[in-house]
Design a protein around this ligand. Structure first.
Ligand code: GLY
Length: 422
């Protein structure tokens, strides 16, 4: 099987490494990739958001399967173009990708499927903002306001704050930019990311993971695209994972089928485990970053065959997944000033060690690997338990040199210390 992966982050690097372990995968290509993926796949500098260019590349490399990593090409319909060209694709259609691309669509699907989620209100007129803010947050007896961009925002469109001025300012900025704003009730409880391989009504869950969205230790500072993750979750009973699949993911997949936009790809349920049970924070239409780096490090089943089965309608026959015992931890190494405008162009040393996945990196003409994005690297450690996986990940993180870079030191710490309880 020849597989083409679309994207350029550490998630795509992790996908390529897992695909390479599949004995049926004979060739790997990636577009556009980064300095790390170049050593494991043929790399093509192709615009991932151009359906025509991606189809042309898939034909050039003779791809039997195309795996689309990021949400933007999916929301733009790149998967539809591949399927129309007769090329198997792991990734939802443009219509199904609205589960991530439009928060209002996702809420509508969840309501129809009877799935528990935050109550919400969309505001598109600045004149209605103050009255809407009064119906949420501390004004309505909740600990905080949750203010979201209705469209795609790479994880950075969300502000959760008990400060009305901060909530109002974020909403006003979004509205001024022409973006409708979603106000949501606050869901209390530990968060879970459950990735499910889905084809129509067939749902195969991967190991549950947890990610860390704030930039600083102890969840201090602004939201980012993700600063670290671990899997599996020692504090989450298997019965709750089963409940999430049965009561949330399957009904949503079935509702998408009912609406004529069946989902084929990775349906990512972001949840809070509240005192009343699991509730959806958001759905995404693709593998999450950085959880993928931890989850795939533990996958023993052949990833190319799994994604290929979903892409060709054979997922129901795939059988149960096999996982390595133990735990995996991902720590993201970010550039100075990230999530603000990051410092770029610095030489990185240690970036070619085992367990280092690349995101914002490129290779200079003299061969040096340099930083070219806010989240620069993801390091992944595995071990017999969470504590040893953390130790392995932080040993790699400490060995990397990048001027001004920073990472969180508490990824998976509360879980390793038994401080997360339902
Ligand atoms: N882990 C957050 C995301 O991928 O959106």
């Amino acid at each position: 099987m020849r597989v083409l992966v679309i994207g350029s982050g550490a998630r795509e690097h992790a996908l390529l490494l897992a695909l390479r372990r599949d004995p049926q995968v004979e060739a790997l290509a990636v577009a556009p990739g980064n300095a790390g993926t170049a050593s494991i796949a043929d790399q093509y500098d192709v615009d991932a958001t151009s359906a025509d260019k991606v189809v042309e590349l898939a034909r050039t490399v003779g791809a039997d399967l195309v795996v689309i990593g990021p949400e933007v090409p999916l929301v733009l319909g790149v998967a539809d173009a591949l399927r129309a060209a007769g090329i198997a694709c792991f990734g939802p259609s443009k219509d199904a990708a609205r589960i991530e691309g439009s928060k209002a669509f996702a809420k509508d699907v969840m309501a129809a499927a009877g799935v528990r989620t935050a109550t919400s209100e969309t505001v598109d007129n600045p004149a209605h903002l103050d009255a809407a803010l009064d119906r949420f947050g501390p004004a309505a007896g909740q600990p905080a306001w949750v203010v979201k961009d209705d469209g795609l925002a790479a994880g950075k469109g969300v502000v959760v704050t008990p400060d009305r001025d901060v909530a109002r300012a974020h909403a006003a900025t979004l509205l001024e930019g022409g973006h409708p704003v979603l106000l949501e009730s606050f869901l209390d409880g530990p968060e879970v990311s459950l990735f499910c391989v889905v084809d129509g009504e067939t749902v195969v869950p991967l190991l549950p993971a947890q990610d860390f969205k704030r930039v600083g230790d102890g969840d201090a500072g602004p939201n980012t695209g993700g600063m670290g993750a671990y899997a599996p979750l020692p504090w989450l009973p298997e019965s709750v994972t089963t409940q999430i699949v049965d009561e949330i993911v399957r009904p949503v997949a079935a509702e998408l089928v009912r609406r004529g936009c069946p989902f084929t790809g990775l349906l990512y349920a972001g949840l809070a485990i509240t005192s009343q049970g699991p509730a959806v924070v958001e759905f995404n239409c693709r593998f999450g970053d950085p959880e993928t780096q931890a989850v795939l490090a533990l996958l023993e089943s052949p990833l190319g065959q799994l994604l290929g089965a979903a892409a060709t309608g054979d997922l129901a026959e795939f059988g149960p997944l096999a996982w390595r015992d133990g735990a995996a931890v991902t720590v993201v190494i970010a550039a100075e000033n990230y999530p603000g405008r990051p410092r770029l162009g610095d030489v990185i040393t240690g970036a070619e060690a085992d367990g280092v996945l690349h995101a914002g990196t490129s290779r200079r003409d003299d061969g040096a690997v340099v930083s070219s994005g806010g989240r620069v690297l993801s390091v992944v450690g595995t071990g017999a338990d969470l504590e040893s996986a953390r130790a392995a990940a932080y040993a790699i993180a400490d060995s990397i040199r990048l001027t001004g870079s920073h990472f969180r030191t508490d990824i998976g710490l509360a879980a390793a210390e038994g401080r997360i309880r339902l």
